[in-house]
Design a protein. Structure first.
Length: 242
């Protein structure tokens, strides 16, 4: 789990003492964050110590403290990156893709696959965010909301179009439908492994997610292929295109 250095999330960064890190400083900070992300795969962040992260990153605790006052601050920085970069990734699963007619089945399956894949790739950090949010930490709760805000807005737009075209029951509230669909997608993706242990194969999860998206969001039941048969996901439109 890593992000490209020099990303938008690194613009304007300052060290703990207020100085702006140079290229080497940003590289060191990036290494610390990437090392922490890897360690979260096997260790609870509450059990991680600054000395452990610094040693694994090939640096010293003193260097760690130049960028983060404690491990929690570094975890929060990772969560902020994921909320920004990941939020755009999830939004783009919906925005600009056909929601009815030709190509809509690929859109629905693409959204399901995208959520399942995203949660698998970032499972450790997302678990930290969820647990901290459940513990009442407003910072992590707000970051989780930020992560899902873009995709929820894109779903709201799609549902609103379907409602305006008369494809959904009268009185449909696009924001309510979008909120429910977003929560469903995130919850199923987060609990994928437990559901598989319960006897629900991931192929059935993805097709069920796609059907619910179609029924609730567009008024159309997607025509799905045989289980396991791949369906190409339509490419996102070029920036600035109609």
């Amino acid at each position: 789990m890593s992000f490209e250095s020099g990303s938008a999330s690194e613009v304007g960064l300052r060290a703990v003492d207020g100085r702006v890190p140079g290229r080497r400083g940003l590289a060191t900070r990036r290494r610390l964050l990437d090392t922490l992300a890897e360690m979260l795969e096997t260790t609870s962040y509450r059990d991680l110590k600054v000395v452990d992260v610094a040693r694994a990153a090939g640096t010293s605790p003193a260097t760690f403290y130049q960028y983060f006052p404690q491990v929690e601050s570094a975890v929060l920085a990772l969560a902020e990156e994921l909320s920004d970069d990941g939020g755009r990734e999830l939004r783009d699963l919906v925005a600009g893709h056909p929601w009815s007619g030709e190509g809509s089945t690929a859109t629905m399956l693409g959204i399901a696959d995208g959520f399942l894949s995203f949660w698998e790739r970032h499972r450790a950090l997302l678990s930290v965010i969820d647990l901290a949010a459940l513990d009442g930490d407003r910072r992590f709760r707000d970051l989780r909301t930020r992560l899902l805000h873009g995709v929820s807005e894109a779903l709201e737009d799609a549902v609103g179009t379907a409602a305006a075209e008369g494809r959904l029951p009268g009185g449909t509230d696009p924001r309510a439908v979008a909120s429910v669909l977003t929560s469903m997608l995130a919850h199923v993706a987060a609990h994928r492994r437990g559901l598989e242990d319960y006897g629900v194969p991931v192929e059935q999860l993805r097709t069920t997610m796609a059907r619910i998206l179609g029924w609730a969001g567009s008024g159309e039941a997607p025509v799905l292929p045989a289980t396991g048969e791949p369906v190409p996901v339509p490419a996102a439109p070029e920036p600035g295109s109609d």
